[in-house]
Design a protein. Structure first.
Ligand code: NAI
Length: 650
């Protein structure tokens, strides 16, 4: 039975048991419908408690139903039935009540929360808006500002925040079900929420400004805009009209391309960790993590580990560098505390779980060591030898290299089976993606441990083969190359950047270069010069900018001009250099539209993606999409470059 009905004296307990997350699919809706009818008809029942078995309350709609025509009983009708019941319904919420789950809880007359429970309406992240009264009921419970934030960003709130906001009655002191039953015993005759007025914005000007800010951030996406309109409807229309409008919008958005693309990524992200090779292989338990290097990446990785409950031993070159690394990590933990992401107790215990030293002997009791020192093969090999000498025979050793040959690093050790690549993205404690680079000799257990470790950090693991740049950086190199060709062929850097920002990327490639420092890639190109194929097209503009001392933001000039802290403006000097380069090469410059620029860049990304697939560097086109969406901000609502090419395999 997906929905069962038990009794505690005169209280009916309706329990949903639909693993894994009690999604409110057809069987659940039908079961709840029957439960309302039975409890309404039974005179010996005073009130009803709605609870869920397993690890969570209803965590959302059944996403697999999205592609099918809606089947009755529909959730909006069911929720009206619950809300109009003559007996009080009390939701006992544990885990997460998301989307249709929160909508169901809101249709109940009371909500008691487990202390760790979370409530949210994440529909916009799947390209839709709540479709069962969420946008109409939420503003009848909470302030307009809270409703706006929750519905347009999809971010869940905690149990205590929910009580404070008026979304829940109370946080359970001990047992959420028992306390919900207690409440049901004394709950007054219910009044339907929809009969109440919505709490219109106290300051409409401020509310409009907040909405405008959210919509600016969500440029190109239809769902957040529709969510704002749905909320306006809730304030301006009567409840029935607002409900009807919400449902119509929901159904339209559900069958639109953006929702399909977002669902594609949703499922693709869940599939990356399913690796046949490690099925049934037990990962090595990890407690203490060693990190070599306390620079940008080492400090970020250390913070990521601490924030996920590991103890961390950092190793730096000397005492001063160890102190500097420690300060970087403390800065991140302090920032997390300030933003309310961790409590003071958590902050203090994380600080206690962290140590930095200049002696490799401190690595003795670590289970996994991640190297994040300079990007130099000889330095890395030396560091790996020192790690091997210091750790136990079972400890796993990983490198965070961006481009170097992980097979070569592994082969330099005595035990290549325990060497793996863990390629984090910056800032490492925030970015969701972790490329797991799989060298030839790696053991299944090492690989299984790497995947489990990524999940424990709440990151998305994507397996990548050994090559120059793995998946993300290889596709970004193809993008950069194409962008450079285009500025020789007729576009200007700011035109290319504007086209791609218009496409939905957070920043243009030339803006990114200026931010990172053009000298870094210049140095790399100089190293590669000897092995470069002379027949390959090579754009010298980047080198010439560096020769002029234009290293990007840090020198006030790069592809753009940065005057008085500006975000970068087009520079006639750069334009002149580019025109001269085209002329020198005899290129007849042709102007390009934003659409042409976008098509060429997308085409270059897709071509590189196909090569990556053919070489077996990525396991699937879906994995490539997951990488691009999570590494460099490829617009999620477009589904990823491979999805756009129609070559998905998911
Ligand atoms: P960084 O220059 O900020 O930090 C490197 C740190 O390693 C320095 O603090 C240095 O003192 C330390 N170090 C050097 N030799 C050492 C040794 N023998 N023992 C102990 N510590 C030593 O460099 P960053 O940016 O953190 O990069 C580190 C690695 O991560 C590189 O391999 C890089 O390619 C890779 N990476 C960098 C990303 C980025 O966005 N910066 C992204 C992903 C990977």
């Amino acid at each position: 039975m997906v929905v069962s009905l038990t009794r505690d004296a005169d209280i009916a307990i309706v329990t949903i048991d639909n693993p894994p997350v009690n999604a409110v699919g057809l069987a659940v809706r039908q079961g709840l419908w029957d439960a309302v009818e039975r409890t309404e008809a039974d005179e010996t029942i005073r009130a009803v408690v709605l609870a869920c078995a397993g690890r969570t309350f209803i965590a959302g709609a059944d996403v697999t139903e999205f592609d099918q025509a809606p089947v009755a009983p529909h959730l909006p009708d069911l929720l009206l039935l619950i809300e109009r019941a003559t007996k009080p319904w009390v939701a006992a919420v544990h885990g997460t009540a998301l989307g249709g789950g929160l909508e169901t809880a809101m249709a109940c007359h009371h909500r008691i929360m487990d202390a760790g429970a979370k409530l949210g309406l994440p529909e916009v992240t799947l390209g839709v808006i709540p479709g069962a009264g969420g946008t109409v009921r939420l503003p009848r419970l909470v302030a307009a500002e809270t409703a706006l934030q929750m519905i347009t960003t999809g971010k869940p709130i905690s149990a205590s925040e929910a009580v404070q906001a008026g979304l829940a009655d109370a946080v359970a002191v001990q047992d959420v079900l028992a306390e919900a039953i207690d409440l049901a015993r004394t709950a007054p005759a219910p009044t339907p929420l929809l009969d109440r007025a919505a709490q219109a914005p106290t300051d409409p000007v401020l509310w409009d400004a907040a909405a405008a800010k959210i919509l600016k951030k969500a440029a190109g996406q239809t769902a957040p805009k529709a969510a704002v309109q749905a909320l306006r409807n809730a304030y301006e229309m009567d409840a029935q009209a607002a409900l009807a409008a919400e449902r119509e919008t929901f159904l339209t958005l559900r069958s639109a391309p953006q929702s399909a693309a977002l669902r594609h990524i949703f499922f693709a992200e869940r599939a990356t960790a399913r690796v046949d090779r490690i099925k049934g292989v037990a990962p090595r338990p990890l407690n203490r993590i060693g990190i070599i290097g306390g620079g940008t990446m080492g400090a970020g990785i250390a913070a990521a580990c601490l924030l996920s409950g590991y103890s961390v031993q950092m190793i730096e070159r000397d005492a001063d560098a160890a102190e500097a690394g420690k300060a970087r990590v403390s800065g991140t933990l302090d920032g997390s505390l300030k933003r309310g992401l961790i409590s003071t107790e958590q902050h203090d215990s994380m600080t206690r779980a962290f140590a930095a030293s200049d002696s490799y002997s401190a690595l003795g009791d670590t289970d996994l060591v991640i190297e994040a020192v300079f990007e130099d093969m000889e330095v890395k090999k030396k560091v790996f030898a020192q790690i091997e000498a210091a750790v136990g025979p079972d400890a796993i050793i990983a490198t965070n290299t961006s481009y170097l040959d992980v097979n070569e690093i592994a082969a330099s050790t005595g035990t290549p089976s325990r060497v793996v690549g863990l390629h984090f993205f910056s800032p490492a404690h925030i970015m969701k993606l972790l490329e797991i680079v799989v060298p030839d000799g790696v053991s299944d257990q090492t690989l299984a441990t790497a995947v489990a470790f990524a999940k424990s950090l709440r990151k998305i693991p994507v397996l990548a083969g050994v090559c120059d740049g793995f998946i993300a950086n290889r596709i970004m190199s193809a993008y950069r190359r194409e962008a450079e060709y285009m500025i020789e062929d007729g576009a200007l850097p700011w035109e290319v950047d504007a086209a791609m920002v218009g496409f939905g990327l957070p920043m243009g490639i030339f803006q990114m270069g200026d931010l990172a420092g053009l000298d870094i890639s210049w140095a790399m190109r100089k190293r590669q010069a000897a092995t470069r194929d002379p027949a390959e097209r090579y754009v010298e503009i980047g080198d010439k900018l560096c020769e002029m001392g234009r290293f990007g933001r840090k020198t006030g000039r790069g592809y753009y001009l940065y005057e008085d802290g500006s975000k970068g403006t087009p520079d006639p000097e750069v334009e002149a250099l580019i025109l001269a380069e085209s002329a020198r090469k005899g290129i007849d410059r042709q102007p390009m539209t934003a659409e042409e620029i976008m098509r060429r860049i997308l085409g270059a990304m897709q071509a590189e993606g196909r090569k990556i697939l053919a070489e077996g560097i990525a396991r699937s086109a879906d994995d490539i999409d997951v990488v691009m969406v999570n590494a460099y901000g490829f617009p999620r609502w477009r589904g990823g470059p491979m999805y756009m090419a129609g070559s998905t395999d998911g």
